[in-house]
Design a protein around this ligand. Sequence first.
Ligand code: PLP
Length: 401
Amino acid sequence: MDYVYAPGKNHLFVPGPVNIPEPVLRAMNRNNEDYRSPAIPALTKTLLEDVKKIFKSTTGTPFMIPTTGTGAWESALTNTLSPGDRIVSFLIGQFSLLWIDQQQRLNFNVDVVESEWGQGANLDVLESKLAEDGGHTIKAICIVHNETATGVTNDLSKVRFLLDKYKHPALLLVDGVSSICALDFRMDEWGVDVALTGSQKALSLPTGIGIICASPKALEASKTSTSVKVFFDWKDYLKFYKLGTYWPYTPSIQLLYGLRAALDLLFEEGIDNVIARHSRLGKATRLAVEAWGLKNCTQKEEWYSDTVTAVLVPSYIDSSEIVRRAWKRYNLSLGLGLNKVAGKVFRIGHLGNLNELQLLGCLAGVEMILKDVGYPVKLGSGVAAASAYLQNTIPLIPSRI
Ligand code: PLP
């Protein structure tokens, strides 16, 4: 029973948590099991092997911790760094801001590189900092791959290029919470040292597993890190990996079966096809925004995000009213503008278990709401622009060819 029921399905277009596929829901509808029986370690072994594929890593070591993205952040930091270590961290929106707040509260020495919200990480500043740091005082670069608050995707290959250019040994720690399993992500190729995501985002599971992948260099760094950690300590996991029992404490059995089903679905579709689907959804959304005569919060095309679009509204409209109406009148859930962009943007999340026709339903809803709040939109204009593009680009469904 829905907490506040409305007929039909809720159109869930927040940028996480996202729609859970039916096979995943069914896979999770099961009893608890003894996690020390032979069955759960056998299942866990396949998960640990397969989860590396979503990071495009063969050399990394994955950890599946009962936590959220925020816990995964903490695990990445406290396992690889020591208090006082200098970190260069990019502030470009609410989630990078929260990560920086965590870094400061954990007593790292955070060198913040700030950009206007709607812009990507300022890599020119990074370059000058690396050029000046011959003594290698910078221990890590922390970057949010996809800033969910503004719909900005950073180019990680450029960060790696700069680190290599200056032969700088700093660790590269990446928040992939709203990118991994949806956007192109290449952990090994881009020399990412710790990558992380949360199960409720593009993996399309309930919230509850923080998935982290650590490079050999990050594991090496973890041997000397002096940050206090208990629940997030990778050493406890590694000890149980060696024993072949895998779990230092109780995992959610249901989520493990859900993760198995979610990975099977991703592999059946093909990770590259999943990425291409997100690219279509992102482009179609941007075409609709343009047709409505509205602006994307993301200031340059190179930063456009294929998982979330933050739409700027004219100053006479409060974007929170759009989000309120969406839910109250159309059974549609959109993302609010956060912090600096509160009231100024609403967000359309287009990630995870989602197809093109669902997106068109959302876009039709947004048009009606825009008219409701007094914006002079031509009904059907965004849907027409998006569907004209989609009609030419949607491939046959891989499992039905
Ligand atoms: N990082 C990004 C990019 C996010 O979008 C979010 C949440 O939306 C988080 C981190 C925090 O994740 P959680 O809410 O699962 O702790």
